[in-house]
Write a protein that binds this ligand. Structure first.
Ligand code: AMP
Ligand code: MG
Length: 398
């Protein structure tokens, strides 16, 4: 059967593919979650400090708090003797005032009592009877933590769009927020296709392959904070595919693997042409060239190639940035070997990291799944760009 020439873009760039997918995704909206469920979520609004931290100027050490001026003459031969008039503990401050020649015992995190402005650590003190200490060097105003030196009440500390890493979860708690506004998770329906694709654990006949994409992609989706709606697996039959896709209602986007290439049993593209629409087909990249974007009854559909390396790489460099709104993270490293150039495609070559350099991995076929597991890095070689050993390259860490 011959079809009319395509009326959708073909061979788009990686950036165009990302932007076109992002443009089709619905705004996820936002929700409030308790801090205990906030890790990995993206802030939907800025967070301001409800209090200052520290909430009062406090000691950074265990020792005594004194008036610096009283101790300036302290030296090995001229010890200064101070009278202990009380104690300031974290949570239980000293309530009196410290006068000239006096000090209080103080502990880390305890507020500096009025009148004091300097600390001598316990290691540098000599006890003189029960009620006095001797200092052989001046007390230090540097051993205090100033009120608000971390953040001040009212200050905006975290920006909208920030990913709540564990340190930021801690920070949100310190700011005084029990709940935080986060972007709602996108619901991503996930479907594997292919007559030869079977469940791991079942007996494998020659020509069959275990469904690695379903598990690899679900893991990647979880890692980027999406809810996965598992649609399982569909055979290479248009009616079967139609039925499953029609059941993806309620999802924000449908991700499929397989069936987007040029083969006789690759039905995804024609299904979208006939029953939905195609936004693009094929991306100028390797691995992952045949990726497909379209829509079906208002549901965005992204078709990943079936080859295991292709599907995971396309997910990482195109789908993930679009789903999360966070650009692809790269760093610049020196190439320890040359990397192959493609005249009309951006290449994402698997590379090993050694001695701070990236080295070409010998097996770059998109069927060699262990190339991703063995390496953990992708060297980006833009279209037509030559990379020799010693050149700086852009690298994606997986
Ligand atoms: P396709 O894109 O459907 O032409 O598939 C390309 C290659 O990827 C074929 O060798 C398939 O057997 C393989 N493949 C397709 N889907 C999967 C999957 N879910 N898990 C592992 N391999 C797959
Ligand atoms: Mg297939």
């Amino acid at each position: 059967m011959t079809r009319p020439p395509p009326d959708f873009p073909m061979f788009v760039s990686v950036q165009e593919a990302r932007d076109m997918l992002a443009a089709l995704l619905p705004d996820p909206g936002q929700e409030d979650v308790p801090l205990s469920q906030a890790r990995g979520r993206t802030l939907a609004a800025p967070l301001a400090a409800r209090v200052s931290h520290p909430s009062a100027t406090e000691s950074a050490l265990d020792g005594i708090a004194a008036r610096e001026g009283d101790t300036l003459g302290a030296g090995p031969d001229t010890p200064v003797r101070l009278r202990i008039v009380g104690e300031s503990r974290a949570g239980v401050p000293f309530t009196g005032t410290v006068g000239p020649g006096q000090c209080v015992l103080i502990y880390t995190g305890a507020p500096l009592p009025p009148g004091t402005d300097a600390i001598t650590p316990v290691e540098r003190l000599t006890q003189d009877g029960r009620l006095h200490v001797l200092l052989t060097r001046p007390a230090s105003p540097g051993d205090v933590r100033r009120e608000g030196e971390d953040f001040r009440a009212g200050e905006q500390v975290l920006e909208a769009g920030a990913v709540l890493t564990p340190p930021r979860v801690a920070l949100a708690a310190a700011l005084g927020h029990a709940r935080v506004p986060v972007r709602r998770r996108l619901r991503v329906a996930l479907l594997s296709t292919g007559d030869e694709v079977i469940e791991p654990g079942e007996a494998l006949s020659p020509g069959q392959v275990y469904d690695s994409n379903r598990y690899g992609l679900a893991a990647m989706l979880e890692e980027c904070g999406c809810d996965v709606l598992p649609l399982g697996h569909a055979p290479d039959r248009p009616e079967a595919l139609r039925e499953v896709i029609a059941g993806a209602g309620g999802a924000d986007v449908l991700l499929t693997s397989g069936g987007v290439s040029m083969g006789r049993y690759d039905f995804m593209r024609d299904l979208l042409i006939d029953h939905g629409r195609v936004a693009f087909w094929k991306v100028r990249m390797r691995p992952g060239g045949p990726a497909l974007l379209g829509g079906w009854n208002g549901l965005p559909v992204f078709g990943l190639p079936g080859n295991p390396v292709s599907s995971l790489v396309v997910f990482h460099v195109i789908v993930r940035p679009a789903l999360t709104g966070h650009p692809l993270q790269t760093l610049r490293l020196r190439a320890g070997t040359a990397f192959r150039t493609l005249p009309d495609k951006t290449a994402f070559w698997r590379a090993t990291l050694r001695d701070g350099q990236v080295h070409d991995y010998p097996r770059q076929s998109s069927g060699v799944l262990r190339s991703l597991s063995d390496t953990g890095a992708l060297v980006i070689v833009p279209e037509g760009v030559r990379v020799e050993a010693g050149d700086e390259v852009e690298v994606v860490l997986l």
